[in-house]
Structure formats: C-alpha cells, structure tokens
Write a protein that binds this ligand. Sequence first.
Ligand code: NAP
Length: 307
Amino acid sequence: MVHDVVIVGSGPAGYTAAIYAARAQLKPVLVAGAVTAGGALMNTTEVENFPGFPEGIQGPDLMNNMMEQAEKFGTDIRYEDVVKLELAGEVKRVHLEDEVLETRTVIFSTGSAYRKLGLEEEDKYSGHGVSYCATCDGFFFRDQDIIVVGGGDSAMEEATFLTTFAKSVTVVHRRDELRASAAMAKRALENPKINFAWNSRVSALHGEGALESVTLTDTVTGQTRELEATGLFVAIGSTPRSELVRDQLELDAAGYVVVSHPSTRTNVPGVFACGDVADPTYRQAITAAASGTRAALDAQHYLAELN
Ligand code: NAP
C-alpha cells in the first residue's frame, strides 16, 4: 500500500498537518517518536499565548488535545522513531524499526533539540546536576541553589518555574539585557527568589561526581568567580533536528530545512517541511501549527496534480 501522506514529527506542526490532512480524507500516518511524542511543549508548563485559552493551558494538555483531534479525524499515529528516509522519486520510503512505509508525500516536522553549552565536562554532569528541562527535573532540586543559563523566554520560564522548588535561582546571562518577551522578563525580574548574573558565562563545572559549583567568567572584563550551585539548567535555545534529511534536503548554514516561502515545499518534490525544523525566526507553537496547516494544504495540492 502506498500512503498519500506520512508526517514525521508530533509537535504542533505535525499534529496540525495531521488534522488538516485527515479532514481532507488523505488518511495520514503520523510517526510520533518512541519517547519524544508531543515535542518541546511536553516539557513546558503554562502556555499563555496560544489563542483560544484565555486562562492559559499546560503544554502537555495542549499537545494531548491536538493528538486527540488528529486521531478523531482518522490519523494513524505510530509511537515509533523513523530510522531512515528515502525521499527521492515519486514514492518515498519512511523506515521505522520493523516496517517501511511507502508514501507519495512526506511532511517533515521534527522540531528542534536543546542547545548545549559546549563545555568539556557538560556530558559528565548531565543527569548529575546539569539539566535541559526544568519541568522534567526541577523536583529533584528542592531547597537547593540553582543556576539557569540564558536570557530568552525559555530561561525566564524555567527560572520562574524553579522558584517553586529552589532555595535560590541565579540567571546567568551573557549580556546585560534580556532577549525574553517583556511579560516573561518582568515576571522573572520581579521574583524575589531570582538573582541575575549579568554579562556572565559559565566557563567550568566542578564537583565530586555531582555538580557542586561553577566558574563564571565576566564577558566584559574576563574576571572569573566561583558560584556554588547543585543544579544548572541550560536554556539557551535550540537547534533544528534535521539530521535525518541532511543529505537529502537543502539545509541552511544553521541546519534549518530550506522551504520556498510562503509554501512549505522543500527542494525535493512531494516533501514538505514545517514547524521549528524549518523556522529559524519565529519558533512559536502557533506559528508551527500554522505552518503545519500550510504543509497539509501544499501536500494536498501536490497530490491533486499527480492524479
Ligand atoms: P532564544 O530566544 O534563542 O534565546 C536563547 C538565549 O540563550 C539568548 O538569551 C541567548 O543570548 C542565550 N544563548 C544562546 N547561546 C548561548 C551560549 N552558547 N551561551 C550562553 N548563552 C547563550 O531561545 P529560547 O529562549 O529557547 O526561545 C526560543 C523560542 O521559543 C523563542 O521564539 C521564544 O519566544 C519561544 N518560547 C516561548 C515561550 C512562551 O511564550 N511561553 C516559552 C519558551 C520559548 P543572547 O540574548 O545574547 O543571544
């Protein structure tokens, strides 16, 4: 059987593409990932800026709603990983662990992954004090001194969330001005449990087995100082998860899939990309969802032209 649409990835982009493709009777298969189904919003708390939820909604609830909506219209959701893609030609092949799906179109929406600090000892302390997800790991740091690195919305969200557990939270930011939106910055700046280390970067991690302290380097003067902390949450943005298509689709220098705007068409006919993996600029749940809509409509038009 050759499917009409296989969607790879299950964030707001993938689920929205599935809702539209399913309502267009294209019987989409959505490969959601074995452990990461739902994407980045599964690791967030309150989402306040997704239209339609004036009281806000928890990230995992929003994703479960989208998943249910996609399933309700007939999406076949597979909780597996894609191990390989063959995108050339009229029939594309999506390799799962034990099965190969053949399809006329692929919608690629694999999102993005946490960016790391790039320190030599970072992997060694990962899971032993260093974390990339406050909602996942914050609970383990009750009454402890915690550092959050970053100056964007993610860092402000994580710092604010962590104050419910931590003794203290210090935001380490490499400049003296936040990148975060005004509302999220204000909330963090006004929180008495959050301190800010401006013009600073974490340059070394220390501890016997688990993290005990870090070295901070002043980005202006170069001076260093030690700061005690048993938790370090890295929230410095993300990189596109485009490894699967690196040799098949055109990518930009940062690894984002290049699409021919305003469509979601990639350089390979029948392959469409949407969400964070193709968006170096906006990276919002609502813009990802909107691009998922465009991808489903683009796939629909492509299929109509094939027939
Ligand atoms: P971001 O906006 O790209 O911010 C990354 C932050 O990390 C910046 O402050 C950056 O510093 C800093 N940074 C980057 N590389 C660094 C490095 N190697 N060392 C130290 N610091 C580094 O990423 P984000 O905060 O994850 O947000 C991503 C997108 O998701 C944004 O569009 C954001 O609005 C959205 N988001 C929205 C919400 C929400 O609305 N609820 C929540 C989270 C995220 P500089 O400022 O100096 O560049």
